[in-house]
Ligand binder design. Structure first.
Ligand SMILES: [Zn+2]
Length: 106
């Protein structure tokens, strides 16, 4: 677990209220299997004024379940399942199961 979706990946929401939306992964919580996606699942939080901050309503992304997301491949531009390939030197890379391209920038 943990290798499927990484920070800076583009993901597609495949289930729930935000189905069909795409965004960039800002944060991954591997233990909770949750991911924060830019501009998806926004929640409003009321904040109180502090010394160096104005109070008001702050909009922030709430984490989404990993199972509701799919990685969008940068090569074929499709939402895909992630495969894993071991390189000759033993390092593991993620590959797109649709076009076979590597998902990790090397
Ligand atoms: Zn692909």
């Amino acid at each position: 677990m943990g290798f499927k979706i990484r920070k800076n990946d583009t993901v597609l929401v495949i289930a729930g209220d935000y189905r069909g939306k795409q965004g960039k992964v800002l944060k991954v919580f591997p233990k909770q299997e949750k991911v924060v996606v830019e501009h998806v699942n926004m929640v409003k939080r009321h904040t109180r004024p502090r010394t160096n901050q104005q109070g008001g309503i702050l909009e922030k992304e709430a984490p989404l379940q990993l199972s509701n997301l799919m990685v969008v491949c940068k090569s074929c531009n499709q939402a895909t399942r992630v495969g894993r390939k071991t390189m000759e030197d033993g390092t593991g890379v993620r590959v797109c199961k649709k076009c076979g391209e590597m998902l990790d920038a090397l």
